[in-house]
Design a protein around this ligand. Structure first.
Ligand SMILES: [Zn+2]
Length: 310
């Protein structure tokens, strides 16, 4: 067993906050504490709620000598990763120097990245992407996020790389949270599937994406039609990304990726349709092995990223 190395990992999501102590030598997540994001109360209130969750997690691990803080933020961050660029979910995050504030609060060095990159890092180091040199990670949950590992590193471009959810896959398609139309996220995310479910089953039905998946699994044609449209467009985005990146493995994570068999049935034929023959059977399709913990694990790994070569 390698000697443990502990990091405080923080996940700032639009609806949930999570804090945990992570052993970055093994990927073990210790004493996770989760709480709802007080979105209406603004950024400072979210920071206070997270600090309380972090203190509680640290209190439960008194023996862990924590070396730093790794932060996953649910939205784009600046190129130097010192400030938040924007949050679609909580007001007043724009320009917020989140790592500096947390560093001052806890007296530890702090490192931040967006949730897609953090989750990709976690899944690559300890999950389904382990051992791959090049990997695309796609998270399909309430929104659609992604991260790219290229040549054994997180590929960030100018900071906004891997905004996969906002690739246009249907011109003039449904409105997206980003301000345009027809994005992968506007067709294949949890919120998009829930929207289509409400339209198909009647507005009074408080459908969420899981209910649409359950309806389709029970043989309901309306549910199946919604999933066919959603996952065909998801596959179109993935096929375009495969042509661009030629990764060894594409890892699907997030709540909607838990229905692995159903998703494979939908995605694999669509990938075959959208990929040129030379790309056929090149990128392996895999599913998250960290079962939702990849974001916290990857956030923790950010602390070691500058000094480690995996
Ligand atoms: Zn968009």
């Amino acid at each position: 067993m390698p000697a443990p190395r502990y990091v405080l990992a923080l996940d700032f999501g639009g609806t949930k906050l999570a804090a945990a102590v992570v052993n970055v030598a093994t990927g073990d997540v210790l004493s996770p504490v989760r709480t709802a994001t007080p979105a209406a109360a603004g950024a400072a209130a979210c920071l206070d709620a997270m600090a309380a969750a972090a203190r509680e997690s640290l209190r439960r691990q008194p023996a862990a000598a924590v070396a730093g803080i790794g932060i996953s933020f649910g939205g784009p961050v600046s190129r130097d990763r010192r400030t938040v660029l924007r949050s679609m979910h909580v007001a007043a995050w724009d320009g917020f120097d989140l790592p500096a504030r947390l560093s001052a609060t806890f007296g530890l060095p702090a490192f931040m990245d967006n949730d897609g990159n953090a989750a990709a890092l976690g899944e690559w180091r300890f999950g389904a992407g382990r051992g791959a040199r090049d990997m695309l990670y796609v998270q399909v949950s309430t929104g659609v996020g992604a991260g790219i590992i290229a040549d054994g590193r997180v590929y960030r471009g100018g900071g906004l790389a891997a905004e996969f959810g906002h690739l246009t896959v249907l011109p003039d398609g449904p409105e997206c949270t980003c301000g345009k139309r027809g994005c992968v996220e506007s067709l294949a995310s949890g919120w998009a599937i829930a929207r289509d479910g409400r339209a198909a089953f009647g507005d009074a039905a408080a459908m969420d994406a899981e209910q649409v998946v359950a309806a389709a699994a029970a043989g309901d044609g309306r549910g199946q039609a919604i999933l066919d449209r959603a996952f065909t467009h998801l596959a179109l985005g993935i096929a375009n990304a495969i042509i661009l990146l030629d990764p060894e493995v594409v890892v699907l994570g997030g709540g909607l990726a838990r229905a692995e068999a159903a998703l494979r049935r939908e995605i694999e034929p669509a990938l075959a349709r959208f990929l040129p023959p030379i790309f056929k059977d090149r990128a392996r399709l895999a599913f998250s092995r960290l079962g939702g913990a990849e974001t916290l694990v990857g956030a923790a790994l950010l602390v070691e990223e500058p000094i480690l070569s995996f």
